[in-house]
Design a protein around this ligand. Structure first.
Ligand SMILES: Nc1nc2c(ncn2[C@@H]2O[C@H](COP(=O)(O)OP(=O)(O)OP(=O)(O)O)[C@@H](O)[C@H]2O)c(=O)[nH]1
Ligand SMILES: [Mg+2]
Ligand SMILES: [Zn+2]
Length: 301
């Protein structure tokens, strides 16, 4: 058997590549599905390549290999569904479509839940004027994650992005039309990922990337390009745990008067006291919004 990594998964078929660069189409052994271990992009597996199978099964030529075993995962990101990654790169465009900051926070909460390193990449910086950019910088100050400004068109920020991706397995996630695939094409010469226009009327992407795909990078490391989305359910969480997934809250919550302070209406709350200083008002707004969503979700169940 050979060890490989799943680069694509669609309709029961898996594209698996090996350390030496061979690529095989595989199916999964039935029991892998039964054990409810549905395989996903990024999974490391043991498989029998088609050639070996041909010998095994009396020279009946088989076009596909067979995945026999799923190797232990270091982590799973559920939205988008990818395994064994080092970091999440949230890609948002500053314009066309305009930034959805709450969606960014949703993705970041998901990354925190899995203990993943994350950063925010603000793309299409070529479309914003200096004044607008200053407003955005003000809005995002302070922000608990690193922010990179980029443009797939003017190449601004690409070398910093390369530095961040080097040697790691990253996932690009964000709305359709933000420029995830375009950025990757710009980063890696020879890559020809399909990119799509942004609808002129509704200023949204057209869901060009249809499946997650793991790509290896010539400068070292790999990245998963994923399909964009407009809405995203919050990760499965207890409302009481939400504050722990806002790293800037973690730092100060010990100062709250109540040990189980939810930072909503409690008196002498160290988080609320810092809104506008160490705590960004926008992030606090997201926290309240998510809290409400999680509380309502609990009532439904
Ligand atoms: N002006 C400008 N346009 C960009 C930039 N990056 C991407 N675009 C354009 O934005 C559109 C969408 O780009 P894609 O790369 O397909 O976006 P995506 O995030 O991969 O979208 P999905 O695959 O649908 O999730 C294309 O028309 C790109 O040419 C940029 O930095 N500046
Ligand atoms: Mg795409
Ligand atoms: Zn508090």
């Amino acid at each position: 058997m050979v060890k490989g990594t799943i680069a694509r998964a669609a309709g029961g078929f898996f594209t698996v590549y090996t350390k030496t660069g061979e690529i095989y189409q595989c199916r999964a052994r039935g029991n892998l599905k039964r054990d409810n271990q549905s395989l996903m992009v990024g999974d490391r597996v043991m498989f029998i390549p088609p050639l070996d199978l041909t010998e095994l099964e009396n020279n009946v030529s088989l076009a596909e290999g067979i995945i026999e075993e799923l190797l232990p995962r270091t982590n799973i990101l559920n939205r988008p569904a990818v395994a064994n990654i080092d970091q999440l790169v949230v890609v948002m465009s500053l314009k066309q479509p305009s930034c959805d900051w709450q969606l960014a926070s949703r993705l970041l909460v998901g990354a925190e839940k899995e203990g993943l390193h994350a950063l925010l990449c603000l793309n299409k910086v070529d479309l914003v004027e200096v004044g607008e950019l200053a407003e955005i910088e003000k809005l995002l100050h302070p922000f608990p994650y690193d922010i990179l400004l980029s443009s797939a068109i003017s190449s601004r920020g690409l070398s910093s992005l390369v530095d961040r991706l080097k040697g790691k397995c990253s996932v690009f996630a964000g709305p359709s039309g933000a420029g995830k695939s375009s950025l990757l094409n710009a980063l890696q010469p020879g890559l020809t990922l399909k990119t799509g226009s942004v609808s002129a009327k509704i200023k949204r992407g057209k869901h060009t990337t249809r499946q997650a795909e793991l790509l290896s990078l010539d400068f070292g490391g790999s990245v998963v390009d994923t399909p964009g989305f407009t809405r995203l359910a919050l990760a499965d969480l207890k409302p009481g745990d939400l504050a722990t997934l806002f790293p800037e809250f973690r730092e100060y919550s010990r100062g709250c008067d109540f040990r189980d302070c939810r930072h909503l209406t409690e008196p002498r709350c160290a988080i609320r006291q810092r809104i506008g200083d160490q705590i960004n008002p926008l992030r606090y707004e997201h926290y309240r919004f998510f809290m409400d969503e999680l509380t309502k979700r609990q009532e439904v169940y």
